[in-house]
Write a protein that binds this ligand. Structure first.
Ligand SMILES: [Fe+2]
Length: 426
């Protein structure tokens, strides 16, 4: 740890040994810096709270009018350049999007069937060893999350022109150049490999609680994130812009079981089945500025000095009724989607998956985010390339490596120009 009292906050570029001590120290320093602006932490937080409350009220009003909270844009409008300024404004306001007809429905259903063929041909269910972190837990049972990364279906979608077109539009909502520095290239994706979910009809699922994914204690403690959130930590909250990529794309992250080494402008998935809005689907708090609330809330007096409202390393960043009741009021689910639609949400945003009993129809998705080329993603692309060539699980995920011996996984010869560029193969 290094510190230069008047100019920088104390920071830890790797996980601190003494977490409670580091939390106390960084909270004290951030509070002092905010107070040096002439306002108290409570006053600054009240500004954030008022801004968020306006957004929450808008969202509730939309719900009462029976309008869809999630913006929806047709893929054909993105391809033809006919997305309206109003649609783009709503995308930026809500920080999330459904792209209708991103892929033809038949294409998505073919991919879904292709994945089933791929895993069955390779006897995946017979060799399945249970979740990666529970080695002997459920030998032989069928998983919902398939730790499969290199099927032809996934790679065809990742390197498709249609995917690149949507990713470029999403990336363009961010400010990617400032201070003479290009933080990322909005028109080159790094093909972040992730898994597949196939949840069968009749499934019961507890869903996933409200949480955020961009990091844990590193969000307050590394120098690059302290710069990312500089306006939150120096009392100038009015200037905080959730779409500014400055300092987000190069710094370190604290390792953890749920970490994402890549910088993602948006997280996303592509539907491989039709899904009704009440069948255990994704919800978000569709307010990108809510990050300001999440980051400042632990600095208020009612939170213990060594507590960040429950955020700690190696666990997801929790969002809760206890600490964030205002945000929870805005939790909004996706509308009905069809196979071939895609769903996207700003990387900072709180999200959850609703529980379901006796699910009607399948709930199948492939996770494909927008992870534009930048210093951090170039670094991770090195290990992705090796995982692709050897059929291994990517290094952000448990070391399961099912596909290493599967002869029909996607090959380097099948990569197109987008695929080669995304993997850094020139
Ligand atoms: Fe998540």
């Amino acid at each position: 740890m290094t510190t230069t009292p008047t100019t920088t906050l104390p920071h830890w570029e790797t996980t601190p040994d003494d977490l409670p001590g580091a939390i106390r120290e960084v909270k004290r320093a951030i509070r002092a810096r905010i107070e040096a602006s002439g306002r108290t932490v409570a006053e600054v937080f009240a500004v954030v709270e008022a801004r968020i409350a306006e957004r929450v009220a808008e969202i509730r009003a939309d719900v009462e009018r029976g309008e869809t909270v999630w913006p929806v844009i047709d893929y054909s409008d993105i391809e033809n350049g006919t997305v309206t300024p109003e649609q783009l404004a709503k995308l930026r306001r809500r920080g999330c999007l459904v792209v209708r007809g991103h892929f033809p429905r038949e294409q998505a259903l073919d991919w879904d069937a292709g994945i089933v063929d791929y895993v069955e041909r390779n006897a995946f269910f017979e060799s399945y060893r249970g979740p990666g972190d529970d080695f002997f837990g459920s030998v032989g049972s069928k998983p919902e999350i398939y730790p499969i990364y290199w099927s032809p279906a996934q790679m065809e979608a990742r390197q498709s022109d249609r995917m690149a077109t949507v990713q470029s539009l999403l990336n363009a909502q961010w400010k990617h150049e400032s201070d003479g520095f290009t933080w990322f290239d909005p028109d080159r994706d790094s093909l972040y490999p992730d898994r597949i979910r196939r949840r069968p009809p009749g499934a019961d699922s507890n869903g996933l609680g409200t949480h955020a994914d961009p990091g844990t204690l590193d969000l307050w403690m590394t120098q690059s994130y302290q710069q990312t959130f500089r306006h939150l930590f120096d009392g100038s909250v009015e200037e905080y812009d959730p779409w500014d990529a400055a300092h987000r794309t190069s710094g370190p992250q604290y390792p953890g079981t749920t970490m994402c080494s890549a910088f993602r402008t948006f997280q996303g998935w592509t539907a491989l089945s039709d899904m009704a809005h009440d069948q255990g689907v994704l919800h978000t708090v569709p307010i990108p500025e809510a990050m300001a609330y999440l980051m400042l809330r632990p600095l208020l007096d009612d939170v213990a000095d060594d507590d960040m409202c429950g955020v700690t390393t190696n666990q997801v960043f929790p969002a809760s009724e206890r600490w964030h009741p205002l945000l929870m009021e805005a939790l909004s689910g996706i509308p009905d989607v069809q196979a071939g639609d895609s769903v996207w949400w700003h990387c900072d945003m709180i999200h959850s998956v609703a529980p379901v009993t006796d699910q009607q129809g399948w709930g199948n998705v492939m996770y494909i985010p927008a992870a534009p080329w930048c210093e951090r993603n170039e670094r991770y692309a090195g290990s992705v390339r090796e995982a692709f060539l050897s059929g291994s699980s990517p290094s952000d995920f448990p070391e399961e490596h099912y596909e290493r011996t599967w002869p029909d996984r996607f090959t380097v010869e099948q990569l197109n120009a987008t695929g080669r560029r995304g993997l850094g193969l020139g």
